[in-house]
Every structure is written in structure tokens, then in C-alpha cells.
Design a protein around this ligand. Structure first.
Ligand code: DGT
Ligand code: CA
Ligand code: ZN
Length: 576
């Protein structure tokens, strides 16, 4: 049994106990064990084989009771305790807990009152209006459950870039240490910086692939080896993520990484161009009709041989990049170093972790010349949103911070204003005009119909004091879709009003996404790339926002955050 399988077993126990109504500390012990096991660098099975139950107990988060259960599971593949529990609480009830907003108490009630024991039965009960009649329920909560069931079927199994990138970094570091390895680089969707990643593709340059494959497949983080060959091996890790490693001789590394970077559609285009010129292009080489090979150690050489400039990986989605390369019209993509302003950040005044001054210092340390403090407004009660009175109090602290900071940074006093569920705004025009900068966004009532949510955003855009619309669709990666919105209408209004649209750099958002950001920018709408930092380290989310901007073909000139403080001030002054 792998750590993941052990962890899944303990999660199942915790869920069933919760439905049964067991005391909370027991449930928490199982959850903790599941968490520990899935994050543990070594396989529990190896520890157990070396040191028995005693070794298991030394894993922090694994007490004697859990250690005994792991021992039983590893010995017999089964657990008596779990079998007995399943006889009391049907296992399929645990599956119902995957429905967002559905807790164990309700699962228990639906089972006892209506005999609902599966997702299908739950759906039928909700569609038949049966749930709404139960105590503590109603039409609204029934509707929510239906929406939740729908979202389950959309689960993608993809990993957000923000999780995949650091994990790939660890794998690359590990492979770089293997003897004889000349280079290691990420390829696939990760190198193209897609917002979510299916599996990791890692390219290694080495003459001898054997030690690389051995090191890759035998590391303790690996739960299962899915395949092990001479040029390619793939594994599943304890955390459920999958990766494949490709090994090629250094002399062929260019064609290999070009191939493995993809996308598939980009590669198809490139192969067509190669064929037109009498080559066949593979991961190994460019081969001429007479069978002779042109080897490319560097990726640039592949493109150069085909008469093309090197194409940045973020563009390789077959969205016109090959044509642009042929005609010399590739965009000069924005880079992280071009960004010198952050126009969206939070402090302890709402739900941030640091004071105004601390946030400003953290921004300065990262080279930012402008920082807008934009805490939440009062309608977002859960985030401790600001009333007009507290906003006035906050101004005093901003003024004091400005004195301390001098000209090291332009500190703007702004707000992230809620667009309420009914479409009205959280502050009157006088308050908005008094602020340096106004961001509007929606966090609640996202499931309203398309026309209604579109109107809410249009309302904000049509207010001349609103400078930026933040994370416009409110999607959450990997699986929560954004609101259904009429983006064309939103773009038209933004253009007419000079409203800036945001790419939110938080890796769970990346909203606008690459496709929308490109459309908006092509229409002439200025784009802002902000971190929405709630703590110092969040300023480093910028790289994800910039990656999205690059995938959207954005250049420096299209992004407000490249402006110097004077230019930002002039822009805001003009808007009022
Ligand atoms: P993912 O993992 O779903 O996020 O997406 P990718 O783009 O990483 O795709 P993946 O992992 O299936 O394959 C990695 C790369 O291998 C892909 O970007 C291009 C190359 N590749 C895979 N299958 C094919 C194929 O059938 N034809 C061509 N030309 N390239 C392929
Ligand atoms: Ca992949
Ligand atoms: Zn925010």
C-alpha cells in the first residue's frame, strides 16, 4: 500500500465517523494521520519493513492507535475496524461529502429521512424537491446542492501552476545531482506556464539514461512507477501528482525539449513547416529526405533551421504564433522585471497579515515603486471589510506611513469595493472620489444568472470613480469555473470608460485568464497585473500573473504596472 492509499483509508474512516457522529478529537486524529502520510517524504511501508510498528510511531502525527492500524493494513491489506464501521455507515455516504457545502449532519439526515446513499440518489431527491422539505433546508440550499453535484462532474484532476511549479523545482534539483547529467529542464504545459498542469514533463540531457531513470523512479516520494524505459519513465507521487522524465543525449536536447514542450497543436504546425522544407521533425532530430540527420543541441537551432525565430514557450498554443514568427511579428512579451507597481494589496485593516508600513517595506524590497493599499469594503463582512469611518481612520495611518517611507515608494490609498449582490456599490461617489484608487470586484452572489452578474460588473464600470475591475470572473483553480458573464459587453464598457481590467496573479485565480486578457488588450483596454497580496510572500505571486500575461501576448506598453509613479498619479488624477 502506498502512502496515498493509506491516507485515503484514514480519510474515509474520518468521514464515516463524522457522519456517524463520533467525538471530534478521534476524527481529527485520522485526518491528521492522512495529512502526515500524504506529505511524508518516505513510504510508510519502507519504514515499517525496516523498523516495524515502532518505526511507524516515530512518524509525527501517527499515534499508537494509528500505527497499529497501518500495521494491520500493511500486513493484511484490510482493516477490521473499517469493515465494522462500513457495516454501520454505508461507505457511499462518504462520497456525498465531496459535494461542496454538504456536511456530515446533512448527509446523515438525508440518509435517515430519505434513504439517500449515493450522488445519483441525492440528485434525484433534489430535483424532486424532496430536500427542500427537510428541517433546516429550503429551496435555496437545495439549489446549492444541485450546483455542487454539477461541479463534481467537472473535476479535472489538474494541478494549479502555483503548486506544480515548486514541486517540479524539487524534482529538477534532484535530477541535476545525478552523475553524468548535463542539463535538466521542465517541458510540457508547465514550461508553457498553463494555469493548471496535467502531468509534469521533465527533460534531462545525459548520454547514459540508466542512472537518471533509477534515481527518478526509486525516490521515496514515488508511490507507483507507471513505466520505466530507456528514453522515458513515468511515476505517480504520494501526493497524487504524475510526472514523466525524458532522457536524451545532449547533442539531441534541442529537438527533444522542443517536442516535449508542445503544445501538441504547435508541434503539428511546426512539423508541417518542416515537411514543406523537406525535413521530418521528431524528438530525436530533423531528418532530411536522404536519411541524414541534423542534430540540434539547442532549441533555438530547431526553429532556426526551419527559418523561424525562437518562439517563447508561453505562446506555443497554435494561436497564431507560428504565422507571427514567419512574418517577423512575434510580440516582445512583457517580463517580470518590467513590473514596478502593484495596485492591489491588503493589510490587517481587513484580512491581510501585515500592517500598511510592513506591506510597503515588503513591496520596496521587491523593487516596486508604487503600492496601492486596497482593503476590502464593509459589505464583505467575513473579510472584516472597512466602513467609511474606518476608511477615514486608515487614511491617518497611510499618511503616517508616507512620512516614514519618504520617496522610496508611492503609497496609494485605495479600496477593493464590493459590488453587492443587487449590483449596487458599497460606497457613494463622494467617498470614491476621495480615495486615490478604486478597485471594484465581486465575491458574493456569483451563482446569479448571466445577465444579472454582467449588469453588476457593468454598473461598476460605468461609475467614473472605479479605476480597475479585479479578478473579473471570480474563478478558482483548478475546478471552480468563473461566473457566466457577457465578456464582450464588459470589454466594450471598459473600453468606453477607460476602466482597467486585472490579471490577478494569485495562482488560484489567474483571472482574467490568458484568452480573455488577450482579447481585452487587443481591443485596447489597459491591463493591470496585481498580486492581491495579503502577506509579504504573496508579492512573489507576480511571476504567475506575468506568465498569464505572456500567454496573452501582452507587451510592456499594454500594462499599467510598468508605469512610473508620476505616470500612475497623472492617470489617477485625470480619472478623479
Ligand atoms: P498537460 O500535461 O495535460 O497539462 O499538457 P501537456 O501539454 O504537458 O501534454 P502532455 O503531458 O500530454 O504531453 C507533453 C508534450 O508531449 C506535449 O506538450 C507535446 C508532446 N506530445 C505528446 N503527445 C504528442 C503527440 O501526439 N504529437 C506531438 N506532436 N506531440 C505530442
Ligand atoms: Ca504534461
Ligand atoms: Zn483583493
Amino acid at each position: 500500500m502506498t502512502n496515498k492509499e493509506l491516507a485515503d483509508t484514514f480519510t474515509l474512516i474520518a468521514n464515516l465517523l463524522e457522519i456517524k457522529g463520533e467525538v471530534i478529537y478521534k476524527i481529527l486524529a485520522y485526518r491528521k494521520a492522512a495529512e502526515t502520510l500524504s506529505a511524508h517524504p518516505r513510504a510508510a511501508k519502507d519504514i515499517w519493513q525496516e523498523a516495524g510498528i515502532k518505526g511507524l510511531k516515530e512518524i509525527s502525527g501517527v499515534g499508537p492507535a494509528i500505527a497499529d492500524k497501518i500495521d494491520e493494513l500493511l500486513n493484511t491489506g484490510k482493516l477490521d475496524f473499517l469493515e465494522k464501521l462500513k457495516a454501520e455507515v454505508p461507505e457511499s455516504l462518504a462520497g456525498l461529502l465531496q459535494v461542496p457545502d454538504l456536511g456530515p449532519k446533512k448527509v446523515k439526515m438525508f440518509y435517515e429521512q430519505l434513504g439517500v446513499a449515493s450522488i445519483e440518489q441525492l440528485k434525484a431527491a433534489a430535483e424532486g424537491g424532496k430536500l427542500a422539505e427537510l428541517p433546516g433546508m429550503g429551496k435555496k440550499s437545495e439549489e446549492k446542492i444541485l450546483v455542487g453535484i454539477e461541479s463534481l462532474s467537472r473535476r479535472s484532476g489538474r494541478t494549479p501552476l502555483g503548486d506544480a511549479l515548486p514541486f517540479a523545482g524539487q524534482q529538477i534539483a534532484l535530477l541535476k545531482k545525478v552523475k553524468g547529467v548535463k542539463a535538466v529542464e521542465a517541458a510540457g504545459s508547465l514550461r508553457r506556464r498553463r494555469d493548471t498542469v496535467g502531468d509534469l514533463d521533465i527533460l534531462v540531457a545525459a548520454e547514459d539514461s540508466e542512472p537518471v531513470m533509477e534515481a527518478f523512479t526509486s525516490q521515496p516520494l514515488v508511490a507507483r512507477v507507471l513505466g520505466k524505459g530507456k528514453t522515458k519513465s513515468s511515476v505517480e507521487f504520494n501526493n497524487g501528482m504524475r510526472a514523466q522524465v525524458w532522457v536524451h543525449p545532449p547533442a539531441r536536447f534541442g529537438t527533444a525539449i522542443q517536442y516535449a514542450t508542445g503544445s501538441k497543436d504547435h508541434n503539428v504546425r511546426l512539423r508541417e513547416i518542416a515537411l514543406d522544407q523537406g525535413y521530418s521533425l521528431s524528438e530525436h532530430a530533423l531528418t532530411k529526405e536522404d536519411g541524414s540527420e541534423i542534430l540540434c543541441a539547442k532549441e533555438e537551432e530547431v526553429y532556426k533551421t526551419l527559418g523561424l525565430p525562437w518562439i517563447p514557450p508561453e505562446l506555443r498554443e497554435d494561436r497564431g504564433e507560428v504565422k507571427a514568427a514567419q512574418s517577423g511579428n512575434l510580440p516582445k512579451l512583457i517580463a517580470e522585471k518590467d513590473i514596478i507597481a502593484d495596485l492591489h494589496s491588503h493589510t490587517t485593516w481587513s484580512d491581510g497579515k501585515l500592517s500598511i508600513l510592513e506591506m510597503a517595506e515588503a513591496a520596496i524590497a521587491r523593487g516596486r515603486k508604487t503600492l496601492a493599499i486596497t482593503d476590502h469594503s464593509h459589505n464583505l463582512g467575513i473579510a472584516n471589510g472597512l466602513s467609511v469611518e474606518r476608511l477615514k481612520e486608515q487614511r491617518k495611518e497611510i499618511t503616517a506611513a508616507r512620512k516614514k517611507l519618504g520617496d522610496r515608494i508611492l503609497l496609494l490609498h485605495g479600496i477593493e469595493m464590493e459590488i453587492r449582490a443587487d449590483g449596487t456599490l458599497d460606497f457613494d461617489d463622494e467617498t470614491l472620489a476621495w480615495l486615490d484608487i478604486v478597485i471594484a470586484s465581486l465575491h458574493v452572489g456569483m451563482r446569479q444568472p448571466r445577465e444579472k452578474n454582467t449588469l453588476r460588473i457593468l454598473n461598476a464600470i460605468n461609475n467614473p470613480h472605479v479605476d480597475i475591475i479585479a479578478h473579473p470572473t471570480n474563478r478558482l483553480l483548478p475546478d471552480r469555473l468563473g461566473s457566466d458573464l457577457d465578456m464582450e459587453a464588459i470589454f466594450a464598457a471598459a473600453l468606453a470608460n477607460g476602466t482597467v481590467l486585472e490579471i490577478n496573479s494569485n495562482p488560484s485565480r489567474l483571472d482574467l485568464d490568458d484568452v480573455h486578457a488577450r482579447l481585452a488588450a487587443e481591443l485596447g483596454i489597459p491591463i493591470t497585473i496585481n498580486t492581491d497580496a495579503h502577506a509579504a510572500e504573496h508579492f512573489d505571486f507576480l511571476s504567475y500573473g506575468v506568465a498569464t500575461a505572456r500567454r496573452a501576448w501582452l507587451t510592456k506598453g499594454q500594462v499599467v504596472n510598468t508605469w512610473k509613479p508620476e505616470k500612475i498619479q497623472a492617470w489617477l488624477k485625470k480619472r478623479g
